[in-house]
Ligand binder design. Structure first.
Ligand code: TXE
Length: 482
């Protein structure tokens, strides 16, 4: 049995708790290993290692930090195949996706922040006449906490820890207990790259125990979290009385607005992807599709035909487009929404049933579902399902499309398909979302701000925004005489 253990102070170690959780392979529906079920004492051990490492790391030169981050990036590339297999086994996603997206992006995260830190500058303000000059010191915060989810395990874990350490902080990090394997393997790479011990400590365990201990730790001064909105609320409540800095990337229910004047074929291709990539388990998936009425019938027919072609199957088979859902409870949750859709009067146009894959009969496979809804306020259209399920609905006017797009509690991303630049600008200004994609989807330049509004979170990651989050600005005002 594979054992996933903690990586603290540059060494792999068993949990002080001496407790374990089962790790499931979702494509087989079988337990294939155990994970450390760390408790408060393990988090404290990780905190002490991080605290010890902080003075030296925060005083290391930018070049030193950059060099180590770039080295980690290269070693992730060297280990691409091994990490991709581990990710696919742990999460159920197609190996082809882990190989082409998840792991390359994990490497890119370290490379990007290894370079970004060398360009990170602060401001100076000269007050002419008053003979003062103000400048801003951007100092690391100290020991920070990073907590990441299961949908893009190494991708999102590194998206947090890379800027945190680039900025000179030391870290206690916890990946999702549902998909801990690639973060576990990262430990080896950190050691090989020469990251000083204690700079990045990886603790495994459940949210309510290990995660909660990180958030509640009085000396861990900032928390960067990606996960469900409910968990985000809980974290905010725990952290607020201690005035911790918080970055919360939460759920989404993203609109995909399709106008008749778009490039139809490109839109169709990309919409299949934006609906079902990673089994629909990406916070940026466009799960509410609104289509201009003049092309609605055509779209419905073409889209359903394309979705029916998506091959559901073994994540390790290269022809698979839809792998397994991450866990049984998650699959049950998604199935319950399909039932709810029917109860609410929605029409399931395709999919929505469990699929039996030969040889992998116990795996958590679902046919991707397209549901036609008649009221944009129904629960299936309002609540985050986070699986291979999209709703479709027609609209008549741009105002109506915008109004429906904004009528949810979430506001993470949005996609607009149109060739009208004026419309693009009108909607981009009024849509309630942190990200607007026009005639594309999931096109990410790591320099851009990433995050959501409303119940989709607080703060932005990406580029200098992330480095600003992981540093504390201090203004220094110097008076001089002529
Ligand atoms: O996420 P959780 P879950 C959404 C999606 C999904 C739902 C629940 O709708 O169905 O959230 O997923 C840790 N203190 N997203 O339950 O619980 C947990 O261990 C500190 C959207 O898997 O939010 C894990 O490491 N940490 C999302 C991380 O939080 C806690 C991606 C996320 O888990 C904690 C994933 C606590 N009290 C799910 N409780 C996105 N926006 O990308 C849990 N955790």
């Amino acid at each position: 049995m594979e054992k996933i253990i903690n990586y603290i102070n540059g060494e792999y170690c068993e949990p002080l708790s001496e407790e374990w959780i089962d790790n499931y392979n979702p494509s087989k529906g079988e337990v294939f290993g155990v994970i450390a079920n760390s408790n408060e004492a393990d988090v404290e051990k990780a905190y002490r290692a991080a605290k010890e490492a902080y003075p030296a790391w925060s005083n290391s030169t930018i070049e030193e930090r950059s060099r180590v981050l770039l080295k980690i990036a290269s070693l992730i590339e060297v280990n691409l195949e091994r990490l991709a297999k581990a990710e696919s086994e742990d999460n159920g996603k197609p190996l082809s996706l882990a190989r082409s997206v998840d792991i390359p992006r994990a490497s890119a995260n370290f490379r990007f922040f290894g370079n970004a830190i060398t360009q990170f500058a602060s401001e100076a303000h000269e007050s002419v006449g008053l003979n003062t000059i103000n400048f801003t010191l951007r100092q690391p915060i100290g020991v920070v906490g990073c907590i990441s989810p299961w949908n893009l395990p190494l991708y999102l874990f590194t998206w947090k820890v890379a800027p945190a350490i680039a900025a000179g902080n030391t870290v206690v990090a916890k990946p999702s207990e549902v998909t801990p394997k690639t973060a576990f393997l990262l430990g080896e790479i950190l050691s090989k790259a020469g990251l000083p011990k204690g700079v990045l400590n990886i603790v495994h365990g459940t949210g309510p125990t290990a995660g909660q201990a990180i958030v509640a730790h009085p000396k861990i001064k900032a928390i960067s979290f990606t996960g469900g909105t409910k968990t985000g609320e809980h974290i905010a409540r725990t952290a607020a009385p201690m005035f911790k800095k918080l970055s919360l990337e939460l759920g989404g229910k993203n609109p995909n607005l399709i106008f008749a004047d778009c490039d139809y074929e490109t839109m169709l291709d990309v919409t299949v992807r934006s609906s079902f990539a990673n089994q629909g388990q990406i916070c940026l998936c466009g799960s509410r599709i609104f289509v201009e009425r003049s092309i609605y019938e055509q779209f419905r027919e073409d889209f359903v035909a394309r979705v029916r072609e998506l091959k559901v199957g073994d994540p390790f088979d290269d022809s698979t487009r839809i792998g397994a859902l991450v866990s049984e409870p998650h699959m049950e949750k998604v199935l319950s929404y399909i039932e709810l859709a029917k109860e609410e009067g929605g029409k399931v146009l395709c999919g929505g049933n469990r699929v039996t894959v030969p040889g992998l009969e116990n795996g958590y496979y679902l046919q991707p579902a397209v549901i036609e809804v008649y009221d944009d306020q129904c629960r299936v259209n309002q609540e985050e399902i986070f699986g291979p399920v999209v709703t479709i609905m027609p609209f008549d006017t741009e105002e109506e499309a915008l109004q429906m797009a904004n009528s949810v509690r979430y506001g993470l991303s949005s996609t607009i398909w149109t060739s009208n630049i004026d419309r693009t600008m009108r909607i981009s200004k009024k849509i309630e979302a942190g990200i607007v994609w026009v005639n594309t989807w999931l096109n990410r330049d790591l320099r851009t701000p990433f995050g959501g509004v409303k119940a989709s979170g607080v703060g932005r990651e990406g580029g200098f925004e992330a480095l600003r989050f992981f540093t504390e600005p201090k203004n220094v005002c110097i008076k001089y005489s002529e």
